[in-house]
Design a binder for this molecule. Structure first.
Ligand code: AMP
Length: 279
């Protein structure tokens, strides 16, 4: 497995592969890898000759300094995990390599980046779009792989790729969960074992909400019940639960196979998200 910290040698390596007509899959991550990330690598390996995993904790997508500072960084363990699943190359750049100077570019995705995560994390999706654009330009992959766990992020990136004419096929990989049902997340590393049990309340809330909605309860009534369920636990705070259209993420009052439940909240100071398709 090749490891690159700089753009220039990575580009040279990829150009050689492209000259051999080999296809390239990109899996962008922020490291602290878990089985969810490894599923993305496996998906890429199935469809491409060469898989590149980027590991970069992108400062411009953090609206909370504490979250950025506390984000787990486990590069050695990440390298070891990636070598077990046949990843071909890692791109782990420094901040200076990715941002020679502070960027003044800002992205606006209309309503898509103002709601849900966008409402609670202002500027987040602009930072995501900036770093993903850079990664797409550096790697120029044939395909790129993302998790359904960050459903809104996937929609933002799909819009970015569509409007900027990136010739890259995007794939969304289903959420990988712990045996308990907890959605795998790098941020789970910041939770104690008792807090991991508490964090399950978000997945359980999604399951409860889905069941209630399918029985005909109103979204308003379901939101109240979910808030009560979450906040019955000490140190748990619900930020939102929303039923939304899978196409544009506009909140929906009516359940259909084209809607999705999205939830976000805190256990202590760790912010977690999860979602569940209504299909
Ligand atoms: P992150 O390192 O958190 O930025 O995530 C990198 C990629 O892995 C994103 O496309 C995420 O959606 C995806 N991902 C994170 N957690 C999971 C999971 N539990 N299952 C599937 N994909 C995931």
């Amino acid at each position: 497995m090749e490891i690159f910290n700089e753009i220039k040698p990575l580009r040279a390596y990829l150009n050689t592969l492209r000259r051999q007509q080999l296809t390239i899959g990109l899996v962008p991550t922020m490291g602290a890898l878990h089985h969810g990330h490894l599923e993305l690598i496996r998906a890429s390996r199935k469809e491409n000759d060469v898989t590149v995993c980027s590991i970069y904790v992108n400062p411009t997508q953090f609206n909370n300094k504490n979250d950025l500072e506390k984000y787990p960084r486990t590069l050695d363990a990440d390298i070891a995990q990636l070598s077990t699943v046949g990843c071909d190359a890692i791109f782990a750049p420094t901040n200076l390599e990715m941002y020679k100077k502070a960027s003044e570019l800002r992205f606006d995705f209309g309503s898509l980046d103002k709601i849900l995560e966008g409402e609670f994390r202002p500027g987040h999706f602009s930072g995501v779009a900036l770093v993903v654009s850079k990664l797409f330009n550096i790697v120029q992959p044939n395909r790129a792989y993302f998790g359904q766990k960050d459903f809104q992020q996937y929609k933002v990136i799909a819009k970015l790729a569509d409007e900027l004419l990136f010739d890259i096929e995007l794939s969304s990989v289903p959420i990988v969960r712990e045996p308990t049902g907890l959605a795998m997340s790098s941020r789970n590393q910041r939770l104690s074992e008792p807090d991991k049990l508490k964090a399950l309340v978000f997945y359980h809330s999604l399951l409860m909400a889905k069941e209630l909605l399918l029985k005909g309860e109103s979204t308003a009534a379901v939101k109240v019940k979910v808030k009560e369920k979450c906040e019955a636990l000490p140190n748990v705070k619900l930020e939102y639960i929303e039923l939304a259209d899978t196409e544009n993420l506009i909140p929906s009052q009516n359940v259909s196979s084209k809607t999705i439940l999205l939830i976000a909240g805190y256990v202590g100071e760790v912010r977690l998200i999860d979602n569940l398709l209504m299909e």
